[in-house]
Design a binder for this molecule. Structure first.
Ligand code: GCU
Length: 726
């Protein structure tokens, strides 16, 4: 598993810039850690040793005390009252002799200047104080050069913070950034930074586009967990701290994960993730008391059911003391839930939460709830309204350890959707946003589609829930409402293919997800730049070329597929490739209503489904009015004639033609751009991507011709430029 494909962004390629090498070498010859090195700290130290060996050609020695005047010092910032001890937080007899202070003073800290103590050689060591309390996952990374000393000081709010700092330092070295004057202070902006696997025990992955599961094969957990460990590493390197390891649709075998032999298998996996500071969650079957407990009901208000879950949870915590909790898809797409017993989502979630509460476990309850048996003739029911209609009335009714998980948009991970109106509408309920890194509706990792710009638009959206500047990122970041729990979750895009993600460039989505969740203020471009350097090296042509391709890719994908926010023109079930009417007369609530005169869904309050009214003012008015509704969402909110003139000055029909012609051309352009980088990227990865891009270009033409032809036939309006339509 040591290929460049496999290493993703942890290439740790040899650094050729001699200047960079010369600066780092003396600084990191020694890694100083006072105290026992175990758990997450051991993972951090091992990563530093291996990364440095691979990039700079020597393995730093790990010592308890520095023997010279230069070193990389790792330490944990001990909170008030905690024992002063080594970085691992474990007692160590050498601490008092150590030249540097292993833990900072009680909080809050002030800039009281350097502490001077005496090093093993009798020279003074000066360690500056951090200027404010560090959260557990935060870290500071300082370059200290004073007198004869020259050291790097990495301080974590916990061992996990040290690990995140170690990955940060390794990133700096990879990117050729010199440490001179380094003064970094990082704290993740989201507490829960989660990945959801949609893996099934039979080894298949629901909406998986990169091979089979790395967790399961033929109904069992894999025995060799090396690949799982490498997955934990790559997730931890971006700051991910939680994972659910089975599909939200919990089938028969997976229902048993919470008990017996299978629970012990789950515990083995939990141990792997624990080493990287990642908490393990399971998706559970709400009807488990019936399916595996032998009870006749799963009614959340039934005492027998409550007792059954309490016993199950107790067994889980015996096997996995730091178990994260449950992820639940209930009363959605035929999954069981509280509705069968006349109970609501709060009754269901609270019952599980009560069982988990004594152990600090969480219930993450999904809001992806709608009527999937709708009659297409019924024009009053609007699937987009469903999550809000179900959950808004329950605000404040959930226990403190319940978090609602809300998809970014009101439908289902389309290329373009408005932001879910639930954000900000539940001021008394913990919430996380759910993204989909897996490219279900965005080209299935056969097409290039870098999704960070899409996620950023969502996170930056101002809900106006508390007036201006109530952005989604601040709501889920927990800074606008006092939620005890909040953050971000996303459906993973990995499988057992050598390069994890099928399309090698789709690795950027997984990397970008973690980095964006760590800091939503990073730009999509900065993240793309980072990823490219770590993955393919720092050659300026590669960095500019790949970053440019990534940044253009979502707009290009949108342009040759779904126009103006309409969505759903895809092949039913597989969701790959065009089928304009595939979902038009189905039960799924997914319609575009195209006829000979026009297209789009009227979701206004005035004449449509009223969905637009679920937003706060002035967003409601913005979407409600044709005059202010943004072009890219026009057909999501309005039904308009093909001759309707957009803000761009084009008619809807001409926009459809133009975007489809240019989109397909630009997809072809990717092939050329990539070809231009042939001599700067290793053959295997170059060929892998080239193959995908060629197919994308072909498939984009198919999309173009199907969509253009469909709308030409419907409308009878010719293309102004007379290009070929069939
Ligand atoms: C989509 C997807 C399903 C998935 C569902 C969910 O509808 O196509 O495969 O189960 O989302 O998020 O639960």
């Amino acid at each position: 598993g040591g290929s460049a494909l496999y290493k993703a962004w942890l290439q740790y390629a040899k650094v050729n810039d001699s200047e960079v090498c010369e600066v780092y070498k003396p600084l990191i010859q020694q890694i100083v850690v006072a105290g026992r090195i175990e758990g997450v700290l051991a993972a951090a130290v091992a990563e530093l040793q291996e990364g440095i060996r691979s990039m700079l050609g020597f393995t730093p020695e790990v010592v308890q005390e520095p023997t010279g005047t230069s070193c990389l010092l790792l330490q944990v910032n001990k909170p008030e009252g905690a024992e002063t001890a080594g970085a691992a937080g474990e007692g160590s007899g050498t601490v008092s002799k150590l030249a540097v202070q292993p833990g900072f003073d009680p909080l809050p800290m002030s800039e009281t200047g350097p502490i001077s103590q005496t090093s093993a050689q009798g020279k003074p060591w000066r360690v500056p104080k951090a200027s404010a309390a560090l959260e557990a996952d935060g870290f500071t990374l300082l370059h200290v050069r004073e007198g004869g000393e020259n050291c790097l000081l990495l301080t974590g709010g916990s061992a996990r913070g040290v690990m995140y700092g170690a990955f940060h330092l390794l990133r700096l070295i990879s990117m050729g950034i010199c440490p001179e004057g380094l003064n970094v202070r990082e704290c993740p902006r989201n507490r829960l930074r989660m990945i959801n696997q949609w893996d099934n025990a039979d080894g298949s992955i629901e909406r998986g586009y990169a091979g089979r599961s790395i967790f399961y094969r033929d109904g069992s957990m894999v025995t060799d967990l090396q690949r799982v460990k490498d997955y934990a590493r790559i997730l931890a390197s971006t700051g991910i701290n939680a994972i659910s390891i089975n599909n939200v649709n919990v089938h028969e075998v997976e229902t048993h994960f919470i008990t017996g032999e299978l629970l012990l298998d789950v515990a083995r996996v939990a141990a792997v993730f624990r080493e990287y500071g990642i908490a393990l969650f399971l998706s559970v079957n709400f009807a488990a008391p019936i399916a595996i407990g032998g009870l006749s009901t799963a009614d959340p208000l039934d005492r027998g059911v409550q007792a059954w879950w309490k016993t199950a949870v107790q067994q889980i915590y015996t096997a996995i003391p730091d178990f994260g909790g449950f992820l639940v898809k209930a009363d959605s797409e035929h999954r069981p839930g509280p509705f069968a017993y006349g109970r609501d989502h709060a009754d269901g979630a609270n019952m599980l939460a009560e069982a988990l509460e004594p152990y600090g476990g969480l219930v993450i309850w999904r809001c992806f709830v709608y009527n999937c048996m709708q009659d297409w003739r019924d024009r009053r029911t609007d699937r987009a309204r469903a999550a809000y209609d179900h959950f808004k009335p329950l605000d404040g009714k959930f226990r403190d350890n319940v978090i609602l998980q809300i998809k970014n948009g009101p439908m289902d991970f389309q290329v373009r959707e408005p932001v879910s109106p639930l954000f900000g509408a539940l001021p008394h309920t913990n919430q996380v946003i759910e993204f989909q890194v897996a490219q279900e509706y965005t080209g299935q990792q056969r097409h290039l589609c870098y999704l960070v710009p899409q996620w950023k638009q969502v996170l930056d959206f101002d809900t106006y829930a508390l007036g201006p500047e109530t952005r989604v990122k601040d709501i889920v970041g927990g800074s606008r409402f006092p939620f005890p729990h909040s953050g971000v979750a996303a459906v993973s895009n990995i499988g057992d293919e050598e390069n994890w993600t099928g399309h090698t460039l789709a690795q950027a989505n997984l990397y970008g997800y973690g980095r964006l969740v760590w800091n939503p203020d990073l730009s999509a471009e900065a993240i793309a730049d980072e990823w490219t350097r770590l993955t393919f090296g720092n050659h300026p042509a590669v960095v500019a070329g790949v970053t440019g391709m990534l940044m253009k890719s979502w707009p290009i994908y949108e342009s040759y597929t779904a126009p103006l926010g309409v969505g759903w023109m895809v092949t039913p079930h597989t969701h790959y490739g065009p089928d304009v009417d595939g979902y038009e007369y189905s039960r799924w609530g997914t319609y575009h209503f195209a006829d000979r005169d026009g297209i789009g869904v009227d979701r206004t309050k005035r004449s449509g489904t009223g969905y637009a009214a679920q937003y706060f003012s002035p967003n409601t008015e913005m979407f409600e009015s044709l005059g202010t509704c943004p072009d890219e969402l026009l057909l999501f909110f309005h039904h308009v004639p093909y001759s309707h003139v957009l803000h761009s000055g084009k008619t809807v029909i001409q926009h459809i033609y133009d975007t489809h012609f240019t989109g397909a051309e630009e997809a072809e352009g990717f092939v050329q751009s990539w070809e231009g980088l042939r001599d700067k990227i290793d053959d295997i990865r170059h060929a892998q991507v080239a193959g995908r891009l060629a197919k994308q270009a072909e498939h984009a033409k198919h999309w173009r011709d199907v969509i253009n032809t469909y709308f030409y036939r419907k409308s009878g309006i010719p293309d102004e430029q007379g290009r070929t339509i069939y």
